[in-house]
Design a protein around this ligand. Structure first.
Ligand code: ATP
Ligand code: MG
Length: 731
């Protein structure tokens, strides 16, 4: 037997070695699902399947990278390299690039991240003279995202009275108008947002059978990790691609479905047997990751959810320490405790910093921890949040680069047309936008023929000169791109555009760090080029670099490698990962469960799944903490302990502030204790639970998680409105 098969238990072995036909592994956290997927790919290759024919979809880029490394160990680097493995977005962006012409897109289309999309939306809302206070771009974008992920195109929306009515009821009657203009605008800019990458892939596979056939033949074996968090759009792509050979293997855990707010549909995994009646299903019960104490505690909590597949998960690892609970005075105090604790364990137990994770519910909680860690000189890395590539100075330089690659990207163009300031003021910019809109031209086209259009625009000679100078500079950069490496071009851009000089003029610490960030971007580009040169079919081009960073939001750091650092991330981002020691922080009502989530049972159950995900990341030790007051929304607010704390039975936890506990238990005042000024009782959270969720509420039937009505037939239109075609997208 091959070595890599030896370490598997019986069920894992079955899942790894059943190579043909549909297969589903539905199993609890830490039971080896991802390991099974990895070994199965290795096994396919060992059994003669060409890696070229394998497609593996993961939830994060990080997961894809780790998996590939593990597979390479079994089957060798060169085999592992030809695998298609990555997130849905990165894999299908690549396919869309080669097939873009089918959809009327340029192959160098820009990928808009959320911030770009929001900028476009802001402009759309303004152009339509719609009240931006009522139509907050974030809210509007999330609705549009919801439409797209359910394959409701503009046309489908316009033909769906129920949706229109629902939006009217929600006081959002202009949604249709905004949606249409937003889609038009993106198309005109030659750009796709993240949801488009899936929506357009669906369009491509549905409208063009020859394209579908090509990729069906190519991807004979399809594997999907974290299948419980696929949305409708992703589900349809996988289904279409797998429908010829039906060699599809999905692994997931319904108890870890935590993305319903982004359209994830838990029924994709629960209905797998319906889609593929022949499917072999395997369940895994042994958790290899965590101590018994952690596994049992997690089981007890998740059992409180009504909506779930009952699973038996056990651990044969050591019993382990109890989960330690720390009650802090404030968010700063909590952060100090966590940093101090990490420092102590690092010294006392010789734990590496990379053994630790700090997990929180929302990104805004990061800052206090960063401060505390910095004070103790503990190295750390923040994942997600405002990523390096989203910092203004970085985006500004990227704006230039994006424009060089795709001239039609008006979002990028307007970002840098007067940055650094070159006398092209707002009035001029507005005239350009309005004129281009009216002529249905991109701004770049107007600039291309400025002498012809200038009289209609009413520009004086001074303005014309400034615009021509700017545009000639861009054109010169484009010429450079043909002969120079991406790095050299970027360097030229940074210098000749005046960007570096502008940033260097600001000698404040922030200014200096901005220059460093631009330098860091250049470094990351150099690193990327070198990396690509080492890969057989590597692509060190600027478009590929830009695509890579647009899609790497989850691995915010540009540096790779395993530096010894504490990891800070939201629970959402921690899915699939594991750490010897986990600090789960901010366990307070209205924070976790979040304020928005405690009103309906479905939302609360999703928060509980999130709690389950967080706890099951821990291998050896878990620490819970909460603060009794927290600086939030600009003021100090009182906080109550999270109901989830009370859902973990006493036998699994131990309190780190025994003095407080004693005071509560004895009900006798303790005089000289720093906590005295905080009168709330130690275990008051036992009461919170009953107060906030009523019995009747938890008895309510469960609604399907998909918020929108399923569409059996949607119409996809070419966003330009030029041509359209109906497509079947029924499930
Ligand atoms: P999650 O639900 O959190 O994604 P998972 O089911 O994907 O978890 P893995 O990450 O694959 O679980 O495995 C959890 C840990 O257990 C890993 O460190 C893995 O190497 C280890 N493991 C899995 N199966 C075995 C086994 N048969 N023997 C020893 N270790 C194992
Ligand atoms: Mg996993």
């Amino acid at each position: 037997m091959e070595d890599y098969l030896k370490g598997l238990n019986e069920s894992q072995f079955e899942a790894v070695t059943t190579l043909q036909g549909p297969l589903m592994v539905l199993a609890g956290a830490g039971s080896g699902k991802t390991r099974v997927l990895t070994m199965r790919i290795a096994h396919l290759i060992t059994n003669g399947v060409d890696p070229f024919n394998i497609l593996a979809l993961t939830f994060t880029n990080k997961a894809a990278k780790e998996m590939k490394e593990r597979i390479a160990k079994v089957v060798g680097q060169s085999n592992a390299k030809s695998l298609w493995m990555g997130t849905f977005h990165s894999v299908f962006a690549r396919i869309l690039r080669s097939e873009a012409h089918y959809l009327g897109y340029p192959s160098n289309f820009t990928i808009y991240d959320q911030q770009d999309a929001l900028n476009v939306l802001k402009k759309v809302i303004k152009d339509l003279n719609i009240d931006g206070d009522l139509y907050k771009p974030k809210k509007v974008l999330s609705r549009i995202s919801n439409y797209k992920n359910n394959l409701i195109t503009v046309r489908a929306y316009e033909n769906n009275p129920e949706l229109i009515e629902a939006d009217e009821k929600a006081n959002m009657k202009f949604m249709g108008k905004i949606y249409k203009k937003y889609v038009d605008e993106c198309f005109k800019n030659g750009s796709m947002d993240f949801d488009d990458l899936l929506l357009k892939t669906n369009e491509l596979l549905t409208r063009f059978p020859e394209v579908l056939a090509k990729y069906q033949d190519r991807f004979r074996y399809i594997l999907v990790d974290e299948y419980q968090d696929t949305n409708h759009s992703q589900y349809l792509i996988v289904k279409a691609l797998a429908s010829k050979f039906e060699n599809i293997c999905v692994v997931g855990d319904d108890a870890q479905s935590i993305y319903s707010f982004r359209g994830a549909n838990i029924y994709n995994i629960l209905n797998f047997k319906k889609d593929y009646p022949e499917a072999v299903t395997v369940s895994l019960e042994q958790n290899y990751r965590s101590t018994q104490n952690i596994v049992n505690a997690a089981n007890v909590v998740i059992a409180k959810n009504l909506q779930q597949f009952k699973k038996n998960v056990f651990s044969e690892n050591e019993e382990g320490e109890k989960i330690k609970v720390y009650r802090s005075l404030s968010d700063a105090d909590e952060a100090n405790f966590v940093a101090g604790n990490i420092w102590e364990l690092h010294n006392r137990e010789q734990r590496k910093f990379s053994n630790f994770a700090i997990l929180y519910r929302t990104n805004s909680q990061t800052r206090a921890f960063e401060d505390a860690l910095r004070r103790k000189n503990i190295p750390y890395k923040v994942y997600g949040g405002l990523s390096f590539y989203q910092r203004k100075e970085v985006k500004d330089l990227l704006g230039y680069l994006r424009l060089l690659v795709n001239e039609n990207d008006s979002e990028a163009l307007m970002r840098i047309i007067n940055y650094p300031a070159r006398g092209i003021g707002e009035t001029t910019q507005n005239k350009l936008i309005v004129f281009a809109d009216a002529q249905n031209l991109s701004i770049s086209k107007v600039l291309d023929s400025l002498p012809i259009y200038a009289p209609h625009l009413g520009f004086n000679n001074g303005v014309i000169t400034k615009l021509s100078d700017f545009w000639s500079m861009i054109k010169a950069f484009q010429v450079l791109l043909k002969t120079e490496t991406a790095y050299n071009v970027a360097m030229e851009v940074a210098k000749r555009s005046g960007l570096i000089k502008f940033l260097k003029d600001d000698q404040t610490p922030e200014g200096i760090s901005r220059v460093e960030n631009v330098q860091e971007l250049m470094n990351s580009m150099q690193g990327f080029i070198e990396e690509q040169m080492q890969i057989e079919d590597g692509d060190p081009s600027l478009p590929n670099f830009l695509e890579n960073i647009a899609l790497s939001a989850d691995t915010q750091d540009k540096k790779n490698g395993d530096e010894d650092m504490v990891s800070l991330m939201t629970i959402h981002l921690s899915k699939g990962l594991e750490f010897p020691v986990v600090h789960l922080v901010g366990l307070e009502e209205n924070l976790f469960p979040s304020f928005m989530s405690s009103s309906t049972r479905e939302d609360l159950e999703e928060e509980r799944r999130l709690f389950y995900v967080a706890l099951t990341r821990a291998e050896k030790q878990a620490f819970f903490s909460y603060a009794v007051s927290r600086f939030q929304w600009g003021k100090i607010t009182d906080a109550e302990p999270s109901r989830f704390l009370s859902e973990v039975d006493d036998e699994f936890i131990e309190f780190l502030n025994p003095a407080i506990e004693k005071r509560f238990i004895n009900n006798s005042g303790i005089t000289s204790n720093i906590f005295d000024e905080y009168p709330s009782e130690m275990r008051s959270f036992k009461k919170v639970e009953k107060k906030t969720i009523s019995k009747s509420e938890s008895d309510k039937p469960i609604a399907e998680p998909r918020k929108l009505k399923p569409v059996s037939t949607a119409k996809i239109i070419n966003p330009s409105g030029a041509s359209s075609q109906d497509i079947e997208v029924g499930d």
